[in-house]
Design a protein around this ligand. Structure first.
Ligand SMILES: [Zn+2]
Length: 136
């Protein structure tokens, strides 16, 4: 999986706003320091920007990349999902929650567990809302 490129499976979004990219880069560093350094698993992951070809999907964890997880994010789908709340904070919160959710799937796979949606959802919610790092 080390030679894997997300564009094999998804269309890359090359027009993502630089402010969004900066925020996401900063957030990923925070996650590495505050979450990944405290648990026994991979220490780094990366986010790629993609356009899913359906309106429903917001993000994806690339199955099998658990040594250095790759997460795909669809920014336009997030903007649509937050609807009227077009300010950046609502968008950032939605993006952060998606990253945490997909990261939880990467941790599940790294630890040899089954993918579990409830566990991933709770992991994302508890950290973004309360700063609590759930054990996976
Ligand atoms: Zn999921």
């Amino acid at each position: 999986m080390t030679d894997y490129k997300i564009e094999y499976d998804y269309e890359l979004d090359k027009k993502v706003d630089i402010k969004i990219k900066h925020h996401i880069n900063k957030y990923c560093k925070e996650i590495e320091q505050k979450i990944l350094s405290n648990i026994k698993c991979f220490k780094k992951f990366r986010v790629e920007y993609v356009n899913f070809d359906n309106d429903k999907q917001l993000a994806v964890y690339i199955n099998g990349t658990e040594e250095y997880p790759i997460i795909g994010l669809d920014i336009k789908a997030h903007i649509e999902a937050i609807g009227e709340q077009k300010w950046f904070m609502a968008l950032f919160t939605a993006l952060e929650t998606s990253i945490l959710h997909e990261l939880a799937h990467a941790i599940q796979q790294y630890k040899g567990k089954e993918f579990n949606e409830d566990e991933a959802e709770n992991f994302a919610y508890d950290y973004s809302k309360f700063g609590i790092i759930n054990k996976i």
